[in-house]
Every structure is written in C-alpha cells, then in structure tokens.
Design a protein around this ligand. Structure first.
Ligand code: AMP
Ligand code: MG
Length: 360
C-alpha cells in the first residue's frame, strides 16, 4: 500500500519505507496519508522540535509492539503519548493536578513531557505496566499537523535503534529504520536536538525524571515548587526513576571519553590532548568534539565542531548529529570537554555521560 503512495515520496531502493519530504504543495495529502497509516496500525517516523519520533496509535497494541521491535527497545521502557491539543488529555489521563496544569499552560506546546495518572484504556504496553502515562504536546508545526490528521494520541519514542544517538535529522531515522517502518516524514533538522524534559506530576510534588530544555528553574518559576531530581547526575548520586534512564544510551560506536569541566579551561583541554596523543600513538583513530572556543587549542588534531560554549543550545542542537558523524567516519576514540551542569547544560551532560565509557 505504502509503495503506491507517491505524493512527494522519494523512492528508497529495495525498501518498503516511504520517505516524504515536507514543505511542499503536497503536505496536506502527506499528513492525511500518514494520519491514516497511524489510525490503521502503521508506524510513521516524524519530526518534532526535540528529536524525530517513531509514532504509533496509542490504542493499537500491534503497532506499539512494532515500535518496540523496530527500535529493539526493552519492554519495560514506557512510551510518551503525543497530543495535538489539551482535549487529547481526556483520552489519556484521569486528572491533572494544579501544578501540572500550570506547567502545561506555560510550556505546552513544547519540549516537556508530563507523567500523569493514566486512564485504564491506555494499554499497558504503552506504559510498561505503570499506572501513569507520559504525555507531550509538541510545538513543531509538522508534528502538530500529523497529530491532528491522525486524530488519536500517538505513542512515540525517539526514532533511533535503542542505544544509538537520537535522530535529529530524517537521514538519521533512515539509517536506523529503513525497511522496519512504513513511512518517514522529513521536516528538516530538529530545532532543540535533545529529548523532552520528563516531569513526574503524578504524586504530591514534582520530580524531573529526565532533564531537557524546560529546566528546574523554569518549573519553579511557574509552580513555586522546587522539583526533586530523579535522574543520574554527573556526580552519579541519584538512582534514575524513569525506566528508560538506566540504560546505556545515545552512544556512538567509538568509545567516548568526557573531560569534566570542573577546573580551568587549559587543564581540561590538556587532559584531552594528552589522552588523544597517547591513543593516537597506539594507532587508534581519534577525534575531539570541540566548541568554537576550544578548537584552536587542539591544533591540527581531528576535531568536529559541536557549537559555541557561550550558547549551549547550539551544542544541544549538534551533539547527537556529531556522534553519528563519528560513526560514519569510523573513529575508535572520541573525546569531549563537558559543559557546566546547569540549565540546558544539565540535559547535555545527562546524555553525554550516559553515552560515555568513562571520564578523563
Ligand atoms: P523516549 O521515548 O526515547 O524519548 O524516552 C522516553 C523517556 O520517558 C524514557 O526515559 C521513559 O522511561 C520515560 N517515561 C515515559 N513514560 C513514563 C512514565 N509513565 N513514568 C516514568 N517515566 C516515563
Ligand atoms: Mg530515546
């Protein structure tokens, strides 16, 4: 069926996955077709402002099962349900505590997931048997058009194979999912580049289960509640509470080492340079992920630019793409200087530490 659909479809040789580029005159038809595929139990990858999602109707257990299989995702890791507007909540959750409502009013649509008490009709396969469901209203216009066309809440984890860096471009999705799913919608690069902040609002207080663009300070600003931290931090003291946060994740194929940014610039960069030179002398193919400010320090050593230290949103935007570039170029060892563990830096460090083999 999908192969016959040729509006804006770029043919991918020898595969069944339709690849549709958005931004043209056929967008409406593409969204209608993609929405129909979702309602009928298919799997569609789509752009969001965080990363690309792998969508299936929340109510279609067979499609949910296909998402887990396409990703190779462990069954105990729940999916986030995506909605187009507030009325979508009525199909998913029993109630919205006041503080959750304030968060939704302030930061939806946007890169924030709220974990709320679920309605019985939400299948256990979506929530991994939990009595809560993660809900997000994305802001990306293409994501919103797709959700409206689907007319059902869409469960969507990141559209990468489990353990791999999250996809921030449709090409990344194609690399991981070609032949495994029905359709990929290409809406260009994800603006944020990191997954949503996951916030547990199902109990009395507020707990951040996964850091993201919506920071602890932003939560405090609108609720007056200081959120608890429920994810592993750089110092490693906290036991992760979101099921998905316990796995090694987001990782490039080469071994990634992080120099924590806890001392002077030169110290941090010298440690990276010394480790690089040692590995290089032993015949390993090495690369350093550098910001604009640090690039010069490393001379003519292999380097990939990941943004500007004075604007960490540029690093958030680039980091997963840089990991995939390391894979393509076949580096054995990758070094990166950490960023300050606050604001969006906390989200970057959370992903980088989880992807890394160790620290230097
Ligand atoms: P991904 O789908 O790859 O963006 O990952 C979703 C993240 O949200 C994972 O870390 C999940 O464990 C977490 N999550 C989703 N639903 C829930 C829930 N009901 N309770 C706690 N964590 C959740
Ligand atoms: Mg993911």
């Amino acid at each position: 069926m999908i192969d016959e659909f040729n509006l804006g479809v770029q043919s991918v040789p020898d595969r069944d996955t339709a690849y549709c580029i958005l931004g043209g005159a056929e967008d409406n038809e593409i969204f209608e077709e993609a929405g129909k595929i979702l309602r009928e139990g298919g799997v569609v990858a789509f752009p969001t402002e965080t990363v690309y999602g792998l969508g299936a109707s929340v109510y279609c257990e067979e499609a949910i099962d296909r998402v887990f299989r396409a990703k190779g995702r462990p069954n105990d890791n729940p999916l986030i349900a995506h909605i187009a507007d507030m009325s979508g909540l009525e199909q998913l959750v029993t109630y919205m505590p006041d503080h959750a409502l304030r968060l939704a009013e302030a930061y939806w649509p946007g890169p924030m997931t709220l974990v709320l008490p679920k309605l019985p009709l939400v299948p256990d396969s979506v929530t991994a048997g939990l009595d809560t469901v993660g809900v997000r209203m994305p802001s990306d216009p293409n994501a919103r058009n797709l959700l409206r066309a689907a007319g059902v809440p869409v469960a969507a984890p990141s559209a990468n194979r489990s353990g791999r860096p999250s996809p921030t471009k449709a090409q990344h999705v194609l690399q991981d999912m070609n032949g495994r799913i029905d359709m990929i919608l290409d809406g260009g690069e994800s603006v944020c580049g990191l997954e949503s902040t996951v916030i547990d609002c199902s109990g009395q207080g507020i707990t951040i289960l996964r850091p993201g663009y919506v920071t602890a300070q932003m939560i405090y600003d609108v609720t007056g509640i200081q959120p608890a931290i429920g994810y592993g931090t750089v110092t490693g003291a906290t036991v992760p509470k979101a099921p998905g946060m316990k796995y090694r994740h987001y990782a490039p194929k080469g071994r990634l080492f992080v120099a924590l940014d806890d001392d002077s610039n030169d110290d941090c960069n010298s440690r990276i340079r010394d480790a690089y030179d040692k590995d290089f002398a032993q015949g390993r193919k090495c690369v350093i992920l550098v910001t604009k400010q640090d690039k010069e320090f490393f001379g003519n050593r292999n380097a990939i630019l990941i943004g500007d230290r004075t604007d960490l949103s540029t690093v958030a935007h680039r980091v997963f793409d840089a990991f995939r570039q390391c894979d393509r170029e076949g580096y054995d060892v990758i070094y990166m200087r950490g960023v300050p563990d606050t604001g969006v830096g906390a989200a970057i460090m959370n992903r980088v530490i989880k992807a890394s083999e160790g620290r230097i």
